[in-house]
Each structure stands twice: as structure tokens, then as C-alpha cells.
Design a protein around this ligand. Structure first.
Ligand code: MLT
Length: 264
């Protein structure tokens, strides 16, 4: 499906029936990141999974910012006639979820914050983004994939499931360079969402892989402490893409969370 956001084409999947749930991928993924959840939830949820601008089949065009990505997601909710949805974001998708909460909170039924964190980039992290931009321009997304794959999956996955490592590497390497550079600039400039946490008054599920090296467990614990009534699940044997590394365990906690919302 295609939605227009200010004339820019945003590609998305819209499958299943039930409670509307929007799945927002991280950097530099595309909507297929969420396939293990979308495929498992089609009987319970209407699953909407966009490619953020500059990724997958969506068009690449500035401006790139967490606010713009959030507005694009809301444009697709409008196109799909979805007033309110559970917003599930992994890593950068979580940063987008925070922006969506700040700008469009009436559209948010609940939040799923997976392998993400609230803080902004430190000066060192910003320098790493600049280096990554230079690498992307020089070696393309293959170079970015080579640099990122080690942190993207956990130790257990690297040791036991090389096919998942290959699948993730292929996803990262397929990202359009313009989208990658735009997203890196947006990541560098993103605001600190820590003050946002206490304002969240919808149900929140936080999920993190125990071996996540990019957004470690302590970041999720800090979000859990700051978001009133939130629930935290730590998945053993999973790294940064915990939904792909331990899909059954991830789907179990997600399904329970969905059930708690439909009962409420
Ligand atoms: C992601 O997976 O979206 C990125 O690792 C997020 C980040 O680099 O901050």
C-alpha cells in the first residue's frame, strides 16, 4: 500500500484484523524487520508496517527528522482510516514513537518500546554518526552493514544462528544511501526524550534483548523506572533486534500485552 505524506510516497503493509498496531522499524532497516510479529499477529491485530522515508519502498526526500518520520506515520494512519493505534517502535522506531507521542498523542492507544532508549546522542555518538555518514558515502550501505552488524545482533545469535546474521546484514546492506545519510543526520539531531517519559499515560510495554549492545538493558530499566505503570520484559539470548532473534518469546509478551489492552 502507498500513503502520501505531503506528496511523498510512504509504502506500508496493512494486514490482519483486530486492534490497530503500527510497527516502526529501526536504523537502517525496513518494514520487513517486523515480519515475525506481523505474520504471527494477523488474527489478533490490524498490523500496519511502514517503510520510513528513505528506506524500503518509500521515497527518499528531506526533511529527515524524528518529527517528520512521526508525521509520515500519522499520514499513513490517516490514509488507512486508523484513528488510534498501538505504536510499536524498535530502536530508532522507538525514537519516532516518542516524537509521535509528543506531537500526536491522541492517536496513541499504547506504546511498545523495543530495544530503544530515551536519551539524545552524546558528543562521541554524534562523531560516530559523522564517521558513519562518511563511510556510507564512500562504501555505500554495504560498508554501513559491515560496520553495524556486530552490534545489531547478540552474541548468542552470532554463535548459534548465522542465518539470522546474514538476513540482517542483507537488510542493512539494501538500505538506500540517501535514506541512510538522512537518518544519520536525524539521529544526531534528535532531542532528549527523557523528559517525555513521565508524560506517558497510556499502557507501555518495554522489551529488550539481554545481549543488546547498542541500547543496553540499563536503558530500558531507566525508561521502565520513569514511565508510570510500564511493564519491562528482558529476553535472554537476544541482542538489539530481539524481535527477530527470539521471535516466539517476543510474540508471547506482545500477545499478552495486546490481550491486556483488549480486555481493558
Ligand atoms: C537502530 O537500530 O535504530 C539504531 O541502532 C539506533 C541508533 O543508532 O541510535
Amino acid at each position: 500500500m502507498i500513503a502520501l505524506s505531503d506528496g511523498l510516497e510512504i509504502a506500508y503493509d496493512d494486514v490482519g484484523t483486530g486492534i490497530p498496531t503500527v510497527f516502526i522499524h529501526g536504523f537502517p532497516h525496513n518494514r520487513s524487520l517486523w515480519a515475525p510479529q506481523v505474520n504471527a499477529l494477523v488474527d489478533r491485530a490490524r498490523c500496519l508496517a511502514p517503510d520510513l522515508r528513505g528506506f524500503g519502498d518509500s521515497m527518499a526526500s528531506p526533511p529527515y527528522s524524528m518529527d517528520q518520520y512521526a508525521d509520515d506515520v500519522v499520514a499513513l494512519m490517516d490514509a488507512a482510516n486508523v484513528e488510534r493505534a498501538i505504536i510499536a517502535g524498535l530502536s530508532m522506531g522507538g525514537y519516532v514513537a516518542f516524537a509521535l507521542w509528543r506531537r500526536h498523542r491522541a492517536r496513541v492507544r499504547a506504546l511498545v518500546l523495543a530495544d530503544t532508549k530515551a536519551g539524545a546522542d552524546s558528543p562521541e555518538a554524534r562523531q560516530k554518526r559523522r564517521d558513519m555518514i562518511a563511510l556510507a558515502k564512500e562504501r555505500g550501505s554495504e560498508g554501513v552493514a559491515d560496520a553495524m552488524i556486530g552490534g545489531m545482533v547478540g552474541k548468542s545469535t552470532r554463535e548459534k544462528s548465522p542465518e539470522i546474521v546474514d538476513e540482517m546484514h542483507a537488510m542493512l546492506a539494501a538500505a538506500p544511501v540517501d535514506g541512510v545519510v538522512g537518518a544519520l543526520e536525524a539521529l544526531m539531531e534528535r532531542p532528549d526524550s527523557t523528559p517525555t517519559l513521565a508524560t506517558i499515560d497510556v499502557p507501555v510495554l518495554i522489551v529488550v534483548g539481554e545481549e543488546d549492545a547498542l541500547t543496553p538493558v540499563k536503558e530500558s530499566e531507566a525508561m521502565h523506572a520513569a514511565i508510570p505503570g510500564s511493564r519491562l520484559e528482558v529476553l535472554s539470548g537476544a541482542g538489539h533486534v530481539s524481535n527477530v532473534e527470539r521471535p516466539a518469546a517476543f510474540n508471547h509478551v506482545l500477545t499478552e500485552f495486546l490481550a491486556s489492552l483488549t480486555l481493558a
